[in-house]
Structures are given as C-alpha cells and as structure tokens.
Design a binder for this molecule. Structure first.
Ligand SMILES: NC(=O)c1ccc[n+]([C@@H]2O[C@H](COP(=O)([O-])OP(=O)(O)OC[C@H]3O[C@@H](n4cnc5c(N)ncnc54)[C@H](O)[C@@H]3O)[C@@H](O)[C@H]2O)c1
Length: 262
C-alpha cells in the first residue's frame, strides 16, 4: 500500500488501553494506515513491547486514565514531541461482575473512575491539542451494555451509558470547531477482558445472531473509519459492533434461534 492509500497518513493518534486487546488491534491498524501511534496503558512491559514490534511510528507512554496529573504529563509530552494530536481513542476500561446488592461503593467507584472519569479526562485534556491539528476525531469506546442492561454489571453499565451520553455532549460542544466525537459499542469480542478462551467464544456465539464471537480487528476497522476522513460528516453517533447481541439478548429463547449443531 502506498502513502496515498493510507487514510491516516501523517496523523498522530493516542490510544488508551492500547497495550492489548482492541487497543492493540487499533494501534497496529492505525500504524499500517500511516499514523504515528502513541500507545498508553498501565501495562508498561506489554505496551513497550507492542510499540517496539510496530516500529518507528509507534511509542509507549505510561498512562493511568483515572489520574488527572498523569493525563497532563502525557498531553504535555505529546504536544512537545508532535505539536498536537489528531486522534484520541478512549479505549481503556475494566469489567467486573457483581449484583447490585453485592457491589460495594469502592468497587463501583473503581470502575466509574477508569471507564467514565477516564473518558472525561481524556476528552478534556485532548481538546487543546486537537485544535492544533487537522484530524480532529475522538472515538470513545463504550459497550453494547450501553444499549441494553445485563445482570451483574451495575457499575460497568453505568460507566458505559455515561460514555454514550458524554459523547453527545462533546459532539455538540466541539462540532463548530470541526472536532468530531463518536462512540463505539462492542460486544462479544474475544480479548483478555472476556476470558479469551475457546469455551467462552463457544458459549457466547449462542447468544449472538451472527453466531460467533468477534475479533478485536473487527472493532479496529470501525474505529479506523471514525478516526479517518472517511466519516467526515459523522459526529455524536453510536456504532454498535456486536454481532447483533445488544438487540437480541433473548435470542436463544425465541423462535428462529440458531440450532446448536455441536
Ligand atoms: N471485549 C468485549 O467484548 C468488550 C465489549 C464491550 C466493551 N468493551 C470495551 O472495549 C475496551 C477494550 O477492552 P478489551 O476487550 O480490549 O479489554 P482488555 O482488558 O484486553 O484491554 C483493556 C486495556 O485497558 C487497560 N487499562 C485498564 N485500566 C487502565 C487504566 N486505569 N489506565 C490505562 N489503561 C488501563 C488494560 O491494561 C488493557 O490493556 C474497554 O473499554 C472495554 O470496556 C469490550
């Protein structure tokens, strides 16, 4: 592929939670598409190794997305090195299961602080840098759980619904400056978060209309579309990439469900 075909040629992108899973897939795809990629995570060894594998157009920075001071340090470094930022992907997140009654306030706030507050801090601290560059795209990774409600996920669902709402506020506030803000809602993707095992993938497919688990690369393609100029008239929108899971959570018990042939 030559540089004229690379949709992110010359752009600088920051991907939080970029050391593994979907963030890793996005980092690899963005770099292939000509971007300079900053991988930010708390997994320093994995993040640095990934940056090394990708090559000269990738680097790693330690970033705990729930830490306001850490955001200021990272954005200061990016501004100094690259003179701004074209693309921010707020991808870092954690998942914990517990019923409402069994969720302590401490557990609830731990999830909200990373998933929800991390996304707020990311958007807020990126705005001055996005103004300096032409890309001007923020992609917030929410979840299919912000389209529906799953039992055992009170804090996670709250944080992901908040991301969906904050995306629309940001799109409204920043649109006049050409900064676009969209949310992506994955579901059923095979990563470390969901267990990354063949038995998990085997079980989840029975709930998914497309009858298989998704791969991180399938999310990365949607994120690339939103990061690039290919989506130039799209902002404040929701992109569900979940094999149909969000709208079909009773699928297994309804007429017309796939027949399990195993
Ligand atoms: N896997 C799925 O099916 C699924 C479904 C819906 C939404 N999501 C969302 O997609 C995103 C990526 O998830 P994934 O499946 O790739 O999981 P993952 O666990 O493989 O990746 C999450 C990354 O976030 C990083 N992270 C966690 N806490 C952090 C912090 N405080 N600061 C910086 N980085 C931190 C982790 O170290 C990890 O590298 C998450 O926001 C997740 O909630 C995933």
């Amino acid at each position: 592929m030559n540089s004229t075909q690379q949709v992110l040629a010359g752009q600088v992108a920051l991907i939080t939670g970029g050391a593994r899973g979907m963030g890793e897939a996005e980092a690899r795809l963005f770099a292939q598409q000509g971007a300079t990629v900053i991988i930010a995570d708390v997994l320093d060894t994995e993040g640095a190794q990934l940056a090394h594998e990708i090559g000269d157009n990738a680097s790693y920075m330690h970033l705990d997305v729930s830490d306001e001071n850490n955001w200021a340090q990272v954005m200061g470094s990016i501004d100094e090195q690259y003179g701004g930022l074209d693309i921010l992907v707020n991808n870092a997140g954690i998942l914990r299961f517990a019923t409402i009654e069994d969720t302590t306030l401490e557990q609830y706030m731990a999830i909200v602080n990373i998933n929800q507050v991390g996304t707020f801090l990311g958007m807020r601290s990126a705005i001055p840098l996005l103004r300096k560059k032409s890309g001007k795209s923020i992609i917030n990774i929410s979840s299919f759980d912000a389209m529906t409600g799953s039992n055992g996920l009170i804090a996670y669902a709250a944080s992901k619904w908040a991301i969906r709402g904050m995306t629309k506020v940001a799109a409204r506030e920043l649109g006049q400056e050409g900064i676009r803000v969209n949310s992506v809602h994955p579901g059923g993707i095979s990563t470390a978060m969901t267990g990354d095992t063949s038995s998990w993938a085997h079980n989840v497919r029975k709930l998914v209309p497309l009858y298989r688990a998704g791969e991180p690369e399938e999310i990365a393609k949607t994120v690339l579309f939103l990061a690039s100029n290919q989506s130039s008239y799209t902002t404040g929108s929701e992109f569900t990439v979940d094999g149909g899971l969000a709208n079909c959570n009773l699928y297994e018990t309804m007429p017309g469900a796939p027949v399990d042939q195993t």
